[in-house]
Write a protein that binds this ligand. Sequence first.
Ligand SMILES: *Cc1c(COP(=O)(O)O)cnc(C)c1O
Length: 357
Amino acid sequence: MSKYWSPIVSRLTPYTPGEQPKLSKLVKLNTNENPYGPSPLALAAIAREVGDSLRLYPNPDAEPLKLAIAEYHAQHGITPAHVFVGNGSDEVLAHAFQALLQHDAPILFPDITYSFYPTYCSLYQVAYRTIPLAADFTLRVDDYLTAGANGGIIFPNPNAPTGCLLPLAEVERLAAAQPDSVVIVDEAYVDFGGDSAIPLVARYPNLLVVQTLSKSRSLAGLRVGFAIGQPDLITALERVKNSFNSYPLDRMAIVGATASIQDQAHFEQTRQAVIASRNTLVAGLQALGFEVLPSAANFVFARHPRHDAAQLAATLRSDGIIVRHFSSERIAQFLRITVGTDAACHTLLDALRIHLQ
Ligand SMILES: *Cc1c(COP(=O)(O)O)cnc(C)c1O
């Protein structure tokens, strides 16, 4: 604390990202990065952009990227006016909290969810109420419908850190029943096994769908995310963005993300590889006695009935394998394990096999 700080700064509880270790020999299964590299077409586009053009500011609206995203979803009536892009979906979400969720009534999100949501609430002074997930960690739409007045609803689908998927029909039921609230669906992991709500955007003016290139497109280091919604919602995000930073996406990010969206073959191949490794990992964990929640993401959430999760995480760390452990009460006995390559998954399973004996 310092007398120089603005009053709000001392009240913030900043988000703690997963560890990015300096040692490169570690098996890193803690931050849901994609083990397969980005599209080679994206890397080539980025390399071509490195040169004298960096003298010049980038396109402030990242127009080529908005066009590519709109084209990708054109069959659902999406145009560039339905697309907002930002420096990672974390920035898109932050702008959405300020632009669309700052109202008198509290916003609603699950008790177990992406821990950045309460952080944005403290930054933008948005009141919130958490709605407990069911005992099996699924989200019950009815609990949101009976919760009383709200200033908006946000949840990841699949949820983080559980990996559990809410069926699209349930997302639609929520958006349809709450026409006066903005419903934000954070689809960071949807490409690994869910149905996106983007096809619903044309019918629901209150629905905003947020996606990222960090997970399924393996570009966490480039920092690109986007939102899709009807133009009224997008305009609100643009107004905040243009009051904050006119150029959130640099030249490399714009061309790299555009090429990545256009490389359907690489996307399909790597996404299917992650899904296949997830199945191997789940079966291996179950064989060792773990309970694994059904995952539609590129990570699994698992607990062992006889072994403490914090202790397991520490033991794995000493073997050079990092997984994520959260200490909040309901999930303190779970480990969140990113789906790595088959080889990384087997390294993890081999280590667990020795320690669980
Ligand atoms: C990873 C993640 C994000 C943020 O991704 P960016 O790298 O900022 O695009 C957003 N929401 C959830 C639920 C995530 O897990």
